[in-house]
Ligand binder design. Structure first.
Ligand code: AMP
Ligand code: GLY
Length: 425
């Protein structure tokens, strides 16, 4: 099979790494890819937001299966264009991608599905939003309605912070995403991510993870796209998984089908869990980054069969072959991230890293300049370890971090702290 993966991050590197282990994979192309991906696949420079350009490329290259990694092409309807062109595609339609692209859409679906989530109100004018905050008080959560690359959410601990966030969002600092805001009740508890494949009819859970969203150690500082993750998430017990499926995922999928927009792809269910009760924080319509790096390390080559069965509506025939293992990934980011950061610094020490089924440093934001690997993004590498225990996965991930020589980058040293038996630093 010839396979095309769209995207250029650590998520797509890990997808490519797993897919490539499946003997069915003959030719693997990633567009646009990055320096790490180029070591294991062909990279193609196409505009992945242009469905027609992707369809033409796929036809010219006899591509049998397209996997769409990030949310932007999904929200732009690239999956729809490819399906209309007769291609086999993993990824939801633009209509179903609204579950990530619009927070108010998701809230309305949760209402229709009676899925437990934070109480909310939706505003299109700053004054009304500010008045609402004054009646509710803090803490309170302010969200730009559209896609904002993980940066459109402000968890305001004071009323002043909430009012400032509203002002920012209506001032255009989040672009079009801020023309509407959703204001939510602040939920307490422990967060976890849950990943479920859906072919529009059958649902198949494919793993749990916990992400570290804050930039600083001890989960402090501004939100980021994710500074590290581990899988499985101990808080996702069988009982919590069952409740999540029955109270949140199944009714949401039924509501999506009932409105004529069935969801086909991977649903990323962001949860807040308190006293054994899950509540929905958000949906995403693609794998999490860096959660995906952990999931791919654990699932390996079977991922291709699972994603293909999902695209062909054969999920009812599939099961996941689980190993009793753990994975942990540590993100190395450019100094300054999630604020402004420099691009172009040279990363050394990558050549002698182990790369096997227990160790893999995935590239997230790199390219090649002369012979050197240079940093081109905020999140740049994801050092990932797998082992029989979380402690072993942790040791293997940080052993890679310690071999990487990149003074212009940093990482958190405490990834996994909540789940590790003792703080290993
Ligand atoms: P989101 O982009 O919706 O995932 O939000 C980013 C992060 O903000 C989440 O992972 C949570 O840590 C936090 N967050 C979002 N909504 C809430 C809420 N209603 N209560 C508490 N924390 C929240
Ligand atoms: N790590 C969170 C996300 O991918 O949105």
């Amino acid at each position: 099979m010839n396979i095309l993966i769209l995207g250029s991050g650590g998520r797509e590197h890990s997808l490519a790494w797993a897919v490539k282990q499946n003997p069915k994979c003959d030719r693997l192309i990633v567009a646009p890819g990055n320096a790490g991906i180029a070591e294991i696949a062909e990279c193609a420079q196409i505009d992945i937001l242009d469905g027609q350009a992707v369809a033409t490329f796929a036809e010219e290259n006899a591509v049998d299966f397209v996997i769409i990694g990030p949310e932007a092409p999904l929200a732009a309807g690239v999956a729809d264009v490819l399906r209309d062109a007769g291609l086999s595609v993993f990824g939801p339609s633009a209509a179903a991608a609204q579950l990530e692209a619009s927070k108010s859409f998701t809230k309305a679906i949760c209402d229709a599905a009676s899925a437990p989530t934070a109480a909310y109100a939706h505003f299109t004018h700053a004054d009304d939003a500010s008045d609402y905050v004054k009646t509710q008080g803090a803490p309170i959560v302010i969200k730009a309605d559209g896609l904002a690359a993980g940066k459109g959410v402000v968890v305001a601990m004071t009323e002043a912070e909430a009012l400032a966030a509203i002002e920012d969002m209506f001032d255009g600092s989040f672009g079009d995403a801020g023309a509407e805001v959703v204001i939510e009740e602040f939920m307490t508890g422990e967060e976890a991510s849950f990943f479920v494949l859906s072919d529009g009819e059958t649902l198949l859970p494919i793993g749990t993870a916990q992400d570290h969203k804050r930039v600083g150690e001890g989960d402090t500082g501004p939100n980021t796209g994710g500074m590290g993750a581990y899988s499985p998430a101990p808080i996702m017990t069988e009982a919590v998984i069952t409740k999540t499926m029955e109270q949140i995922v199944r009714p949401t999928m039924a509501a999506m089908a009932a409105r004529g927009t069935p969801f086909e792809g991977v649903l990323f269910v962001g949860l807040m869990i308190e006293d054994g009760q899950p509540r929905l924080v958000e949906y995403n319509v693609r794998f999490g980054d860096p959660e995906c790096q952990c999931l791919m390390m654990r699932l390996g080559g079977q991922v291709l069969d699972l994603l293909q069965a999902c695209a062909e509506k054969r999920l009812s025939e599939m099961q996941v072959n689980w190993a009793d293992d753990h994975a942990l990934t540590v993100v190395l980011a450019a100094n300054g991230y999630p604020g402004s950061y420099e691009k172009g610094s040279v990363i050394s020490g990558l050549n002698n890293l182990p790369d096997d089924s227990h160790h893999m440093t995935f590239h997230a934001g790199t390219s090649t300049d002369a012979q050197a690997i240079i940093a081109t993004g905020g999140r740049v590498l994801a050092a990932t370890g797998r082992g029989d225990t979380l402690a072993q996965a942790h040791a293997r991930a940080y052993a890679q971090v310690d071999q990487i020589d990149w003074p212009q980058g940093f990482c958190r040293r405490d990834i996994g702290w909540r789940a590790l038996p003792v703080s290993s630093g």
